[in-house]
Ligand binder design. Structure first.
Ligand code: PTJ
Length: 249
C-alpha cells in the first residue's frame, strides 16, 4: 500500500496517481491512462480539487436521469476501474444499472482483468464480454458492445470518455452522462448531462443524490431532468475555473 502522509496538501491527488499506477501494473489500466490522468489533474488543480456547485447540480440531474431510465448502463474503462471500482458497484446497485466494460484500447486480456476486478469489488454482473453488437460510426474495437447492455440502453454513464464515443452514442439516440474534468472536451460538449468533476468525487456524489431521489416519482424526476441546462453548467464550470476562487480557498 501507500505511504503518503494524510496531511500532505495534495494527498487525494497522490492517492489517485498511485491507483492509476497500480492499475497499469496489474493490467487493468492502459499506459495511455497515465497520460489521461495527467490531463485530468491539470484541470482538477484549476477547479481547486473540489466539487463545484455546477458539478453538484449536474450530479443531481444525472441521478434523476439514471433513476428515470428504462435501461441505464454504466460504462467502465481502465481508468475508472482502477480509480473507483467500489463506488461504481454501489451506484449501479442504487440506480439499478448494468455495468459494462467498454475500452478505447480493447484487448481480451484487459477486458477480463477489469471484469474480474469489478467482481472482486462486489459487482453482480459485468457485461461487455459477449461483444455481440456494434455502435455505428466507431471503428470496430471501440464500437463493440453487448446487445443486452449498452446496445439496449437508453441512458449511458460514460465517465472519463473519449469524445468520439460520446458523440456516436448521442447519434443513436442514447442519452449520456459524461464525467470529465475538462469542460471543453468533446465528450463534455456531446453529453446530455456533463459533470465537470473528478470521477473520484463525482461517482459517490451521484449515488448520494440518487439515494435522496430514490422515492421521487417520475413526474418529480422529469422536473429535475428538464430543469437541467447543460450549456449553463458548462459555462458555469468555465467561469469557476477562470475566477480561481476555489483555488485560493
Ligand atoms: O481504458 P481505455 O482503453 O478505455 O482508455 C481510457 C483512456 C482514458 C486512456 C482513453 O479513453 C483516453 O485516451 O481518453 P482521453 O482522450 O485522454 O480523455 C480522457 C479525458 O478524461 C480528458 O478530458 C481528461 O481531462 C479526463 N480525465 C482524466 N482523469 C479524470 C478525468 N475526468 C474526470 N476524472 C478523472 N479522474
Amino acid at each position: 500500500e501507500t505511504e503518503i502522509p494524510q496531511d500532505h496538501p495534495r494527498y487525494q491527488s497522490l492517492i489517485t496517481r498511485h491507483r492509476i499506477e497500480e492499475g497499469v501494473d496489474t493490467g487493468i489500466t492502459s499506459p495511455q491512462g497515465l497520460i489521461a490522468e495527467g490531463r485530468g489533474e491539470a484541470f482538477d488543480y484549476l477547479l481547486g480539487e473540489k466539487t463545484t456547485s455546477s458539478a453538484d447540480d449536474a450530479a443531481r440531474a444525472a441521478a434523476a436521469l439514471l433513476l428515470h431510465a428504462e435501461h441505464p448502463v454504466i460504462s467502465v474503462n481502465g481508468n475508472v476501474a482502477a480509480l473507483v471500482p467500489e463506488a461504481i458497484v454501489e451506484l449501479a446497485e442504487v440506480v439499478e444499472a448494468d455495468i459494462e466494460v467498454n475500452l478505447f484500447n480493447r484487448t481480451e486480456k484487459r477486458m477480463n482483468a477489469i471484469a474480474d476486478h469489478l467482481y472482486d469489488h462486489g459487482a453482480q454482473t459485468v457485461k461487455g464480454l459477449k461483444a455481440d453488437d456494434q455502435i455505428p460510426g466507431l471503428d470496430h474495437e471501440r464500437g463493440t458492445v453487448d446487445a443486452d447492455g449498452i446496445g439496449a440502453a437508453d441512458v449511458v454513464l460514460v465517465p472519463l470518455e473519449d469524445g468520439d464515443r460520446a458523440a456516436a452514442l448521442d447519434a443513436v439516440g442514447k442519452r449520456e452522462i459524461v464525467i470529465d474534468l475538462n469542460p471543453l472536451s468533446r465528450s463534455a460538449l456531446a453529453a446530455t448531462v456533463p459533470i465537470i468533476d473528478n470521477v473520484i468525487r463525482a461517482v459517490p456524489n451521484i449515488t448520494e443524490h440518487a439515494s435522496a431521489l430514490k422515492q421521487a416519482d417520475n413526474v418529480a424526476l422529469t422536473t429535475v431532468i428538464n430543469r437541467f441546462d447543460a450549456d449553463e453548467v458548462r459555462e458555469r464550470a468555465e467561469q469557476e475555473i477562470r475566477r480561481g476562487e476555489l483555488r485560493s480557498s
